[in-house]
Design a binder for this molecule. Structure first.
Ligand code: F6R
Length: 613
């Protein structure tokens, strides 16, 4: 996945493709490639690992590659490490079908096996190559018609995709197919453009068509035709894009952070679907066997910042579902602690970037002691992904805002699935409970969508009250405490308000002396068994002048007697409630930061990837 550009018309395609891809560079990528065809000649495919500059230099900024029809791609690795072989475009050996793809094909392994039985071989580790060869298979087996062959493949493919395809027998034409992955098609000056994101083609046209889910398009002679999956032609309205270049980069959102907050339902779904098939979690890609999970006695979760907060929440989940002992450690502490690790343990390191120096050092320390390691990592091919014995990839996609939101949420969900898998492998939950938990995990994306729909405006309104405060405290118990820690970090790092999180029961052991008239205290209350206890802590601080906000589960309306502002999240198994209660806290911090006029995506003194100690 990452960026797609395509062009067919009367101008040279390569410079347009490279220019379009450069407009998508901000999204992050690890390799890039183009395929360009000059009339009926053989298509030239040029792809390389690394920055677009490499490709620009290889092709003299596109001038060395002749042809008026082409497709281009910047890749953010999901299946297979960043490399020239895994980079797009992918092609069949005879170049009958060539394509670029964004999205994730969930059943690619099953399709790959089917195609191998029909004599296909694979050069790359990608799911894209499987899609290319599946289309080729149907093309050769049946009609030799592009739209029909693509439609047949779409019926077989599970997952999400934006595909741009060129067929050897149809020079000058580009075919597109889409499901749950964005793609727009524009026309101008006798040419047709396609892109995954508006900025790539904004320079050439503002008139675009939105290709719908499960639809196919044909770009030819400066015009576009659309088809249903039954190959019936359909008409679409042309829409004018009114965004300027800057807001186009953010998909119409004002900042990357809010865009990424809204992406959470989708990326969580992707992460779940990457391991759950037909109601069962398959850990083959993670390579942890049931036997290994049965033999483990102790789990250490090691990470930094928000990833550490994920570990704090997971500790409660794993201990609730299994008899495993869990310790959560800050990587910067763990690496220097002279600690003899239990030989029968698993060290789980969590990292979005996969490059955080302290987390990497902690991983190496565990390996030096001969302990099995598992990385929960977002960046394929990163140092942690390469060095950990096993890897569970989160599919958050590139995260641009420095303050993490969507990667954090995917890490949480990856951890839930890990906890469930441990419980199942060790016979600590029965099938009924396993299925019930899985259904709850499946409900998370939809429930987040509901929070985003319902609570945004109220939170924006409440955020105005926080703009001038000097201090804030987050309190909660159990998982709510872990979520409070993340809420507190979000608030302090982007709004520069001093903020601390406390286990609610700790208040009376010191911090309560900081409470005075007007101090903001934000409580998280989603754990039914602990709610009453936290309410009594809220009452204690209220009587000392604190102003209270509560994030709680629908139904706990009695909290309105105590809190001046209450935000409700849908009901869910309390073990997974953190995935919901963190959303209002992310939104609140975002609104406070923009309300104060700060650069929310690039908070002062912070870097996205902390590769130094
Ligand atoms: C906070 C944040 C950081 C990271 C931390 C670890 O919003 O983004 O606290 O969570 O620097 O980074 P990764 O996950 O890349 O190891």
């Amino acid at each position: 996945m990452c960026g797609i550009v395509g062009f067919t018309g009367t101008k040279q395609a390569a410079p347009i493709l490279l220019d379009g891809l450069s407009k998508l560079e901000y999204r992050g990528y690890d390799s890039a490639g183009i395929a360009v065809r000059d009339g009926e000649k053989e298509t030239e495919i040029i792809k390389e690992k690394g920055k677009l500059k490499v490709l620009q230099e290889m092709t003299d900024y596109g001038k060395a590659v002749k042809g008026c029809c082409g497709i281009g791609h910047t890749r953010w690795a999901t299946h297979g490490e960043p490399s020239a072989v895994n980079a797009h475009p992918h092609a069949t050996d005879d170049q009958n079908v060539i394509a670029v793809h964004n999205g994730i094909i969930e059943n690619y392994q099953e399709l790959r096996e089917k195609l191998m039985k029909h004599g296909y071989t694979f050069k790359s580790q990608t799911d894209t190559e499987v899609a290319v060869k599946l289309i080729d298979y149907y093309y050769k087996k049946y009609s030799g018609l592009p739209v029909e062959s693509i439609a047949r493949a779409m019926v077989r493919i599970r997952g999400s995709y934006a595909l741009c395809i060129m067929f050897k027998d149809y020079p000058g034409e580009i075919y597109c197919a889409r499901k749950d992955s964005p793609m727009i098609i524009g026309i101008a000056d006798g040419g047709a453009y396609v892109a995954s994101d508006v900025p790539a083609i904004l320079k050439y046209t503002r008139n675009v068509y939105y290709i719908g889910n499960m639809e196919i398009a044909q770009l030819k002679d400066g015009a576009v035709k659309f088809f249903t999956i039954d190959s019936e032609e359909i008409q679409k309205p042309l829409t004018e894009i009114k965004w300027d270049a800057e807001s186009a980069e953010k998909g119409g959102f004002a900042h990357f952070m809010i865009k990424e907050i809204h992406e959470q339902p989708k990326v969580i779904r992707d992460t779940i679907n990457s391991v759950v098939k037909d109601g069962i979690v398959h850990f083959d890609s993670v390579s942890l066997t049931d036997e290994e999970m049965q033999n483990i006695e102790q789990v250490y979760i090691v990470a930094c910042g928000s990833a550490y907060h994920v570990g704090m929440a997971l500790q409660y989940v794993i201990e609730n579902l299994t008899t495993l002992q869990v310790r959560v450690e800050l990587a910067s502490e763990f690496r220097y602690r002279k600690m003899t690790l239990n030989k029968k343990s698993l060290v789980v390191v969590i990292s979005q970037s996969g490059e955080t120096a302290d987390t990497l050092a902690a991983l190496r320390e565990a390996k030096d002691q001969g302990i099995k390691t598992l990385g929960i990592v977002n960046v394929v091919g990163s140092s942690i992904a390469r060095e950990a014995d096993n890897v569970f990839y989160t599919l958050a996609g590139p995260e641009i805002s420095v303050a993490t939101t969507k990667a954090y949420s995917c890490q949480l969900v990856a951890g839930y699935l890990l906890a469930m898998q441990f419980a199942k492998a060790r016979n600590e939950i029965d099938e009924e409970k396993y299925q019930a938990l899985l259904a709850e995990i499946y409900s998370i994306p939809e429930k987040i969508e509901k929070i985003l729909e319902d609570d945004k405006e109220r939170l924006q309104w409440y955020s105005a009250k926080l703009i001038n405060v000097g201090d804030a405290f987050f309190i909660g118990r159990g998982i709510d405490y872990a979520i409070g820690m993340e809420g507190s970090l979000k608030l302090k790092e982007i709004s520069y308000i001093h903020s601390e999180a406390y286990a609610a029961g700790e208040l009376k052991h010191g911090p309560i002396s900081l409470i005075e008239e007007g101090t903001i205290v934000i409580s998280v209350l989603t754990q039914d068994l602990l709610t009453e206890k936290t309410v009594s802590n809220m009452v204690e601080v209220k009587s000392r002048g604190a102003k209270l906000m509560a994030v709680t589960t629908v139904g706990n309306y009695f909290l309105e007697d105590t809190a001046e502002f209450t935000c409700y999240v849908p009901k869910i198994n309390p073990l997974f409630a953190g995935s919901l209660s963190v959303i209002p806290l992310q939104l609140l911090s975002y609104y406070v930061s923009i309300g104060k006029g700060f650069d929310v995506d690039k908070p002062r003194n912070l870097a996205k990837s902390v590769t130094v100690e």
